[in-house]
Design a protein around this ligand. Structure first.
Ligand code: NAD
Ligand code: MG
Length: 393
């Protein structure tokens, strides 16, 4: 029986994870649940899964939960996630929060696993922003602690699987697939008038709001280039993005002899979530069969148009990281994106303002090495301010 902590339990990934946990009661025991909002949903989860602890954002929610559930450990506030990650021992940490908020808890969980000598400690990582902002730090710290990072992001789970059995063989290319989102093929003119509602309708995946907007701008794919770079230690120039509207091929790895390994399946996040828990085993999921006969064709196109600029920004910050070990650009890109997406969702800026302002933030950013977690948080804070200042102008 493995003890599992679910960070972001009320979200899209978190709720699907709990459904997998419910289907595997003799394999997984949820000991910690965390969320920021949807406290009523959390109450239902507490009653259903009886965790030892929860972490919430607001003090008032924590007070109420302590009163309602005597014996339940309740963390809250700014450092709540980090403290819970440090104090509640687990074998698997699912990190499914949104944004840079996932970075500190990841580091705390790795440190705690090392301190308590938890053998085979696994981070099931959905929160790609952890690696985008703290990639070098997290990969080094995890290796030092003997912690295993298993990606939940479907493309990275695919790459993880395509690498198995090929350890030691040089990678020629990683082919990272992208659905293209709701605005695939849109001209600049068309993108000027898209609404929040349009951006929130993803053709193939039902996800949280932030990643859905990121998929529409293709910033998500840019973040995934950075995520893949850190996970698999390949230069960003070897990571190619392919637009694949059917989302059946989840990504591919090409080796030096020209052989290409791909991982396929219906678009269903329960497959990569379950695999991150079960690795190296595979458990039954509710994924439908791919019907290749009725599927018709699998299509692949080059990224094009305005959203291509989001990929270029990711390559640009990764070049600086590779050539000079300057990692601040990715932190700035991520931080600025987080505020800009929120402004777009709040109806305060237009869709293309996100991409335009990100480019301005990067143009005005002085790239440099990062000196640890406090420094990363400071670069993040400055990038957010910078993005806001461009919008105010
Ligand atoms: P979501 O918005 O549906 O859920 C996020 C969860 O985290 C909620 O429980 C929320 O309360 C909590 N949370 C949000 N902000 C927080 C903060 N600042 N501090 C603490 N808790 C916070 O998001 P999601 O779609 O489940 O995505 C979660 C992560 O997984 C993201 O990093 C996303 O990029 C990644 N991801 C998601 C999918 C998907 O299919 N949804 C696929 C690949 C990767
Ligand atoms: Mg993905």
């Amino acid at each position: 029986m493995k003890r599992i902590a679910v960070f972001g339990s009320t979200g899209s990934i978190g709720t699907q994870a709990l459904s997998i946990i419910a289907s595997n009661p003799r394999r997984l025991k949820p000991v910690l649940l965390t969320c920021r909002s949807r406290i009523d949903m959390l109450r239902g989860q507490i009653e259903r899964f009886r965790p030892e602890a929860v972490a919430v954002e607001r003090e008032s929610d924590a007070v109420a939960l302590r009163r309602e559930y005597p014996g339940l450990e309740v963390y809250c506030g700014k450092g709540g996630l980090r403290d819970a990650a440090r104090e509640i021992g687990c074998d698997i940490m699912l990190n499914a929060v949104v944004g840079i908020a996932g970075l500190e808890p990841t580091l705390a969980a790795i440190d705690a696993a090392k301190a308590h000598g938890i053998a085979g400690f696994t981070i099931a990582l959905a929160n790609k922003e952890t690696l985008v902002t703290g990639g070098r730090l997290v990969i080094t710290r995890a290796a030092d602690a003997g912690a295993l990072l298993v990606p939940v992001d479907s493309e990275h789970s695919a790459i993880f699987q395509c690498l198995m059995g090929n350890e030691g063989n040089a990678i020629k290319r990683i082919l990272l697939t992208a659905s293209g989102g709701p605005f695939r093929g849109y001209s600049t003119e068309q993108l000027k008038s898209v609404t929040v509602g349009d951006a929130l309708i993803h053709p193939n995946w039902k996800m949280g709001r932030k990643i859905t907007v990121d998929s529409a701008t293709m910033v998500n794919k840019g973040l995934e280039i950075i995520e893949a770079k850190w996970l698999y230690g390949v230069e960003a120039s070897k990571i190619e993005v392919l637009i694949h509207p059917q989302s059946i091929v989840h990504s591919m790895v090409e080796y030096e002899d020209g052989a290409i390994m791909a991982q396929l399946g219906t678009p269903n996040m329960k497959v990569p979530i379950s695999y991150a828990f079960s690795y190296p085993e595979r458990w039954v999921t509710d994924a439908r069969n791919v019907d290749f006969i009725t599927l018709g064709s699998l299509q692949f196109d080059a990224p094009a148009g305005d959203t291509r600029r989001s990929l270029d920004m990711a390559y640009r910050v990764m070049r600086e990281s590779e050539e000079k070990a300057y990692d601040s650009g990715a932190v700035a890109l991520n931080g600025a994106n987080e505020v800009l997406v929120q402004l777009f969702l709040d109806g305060r800026i237009a869709f293309l303002d996100i991409i335009d302002s990100l480019e301005k933030v990067l143009d005005s950013h002085d790239s440099r090495t990062v000196k640890g977690i406090e420094d990363i948080l400071e670069i993040d804070r400055q990038a957010r301010e910078r993005a806001l200042s461009f919008i105010r102008r």
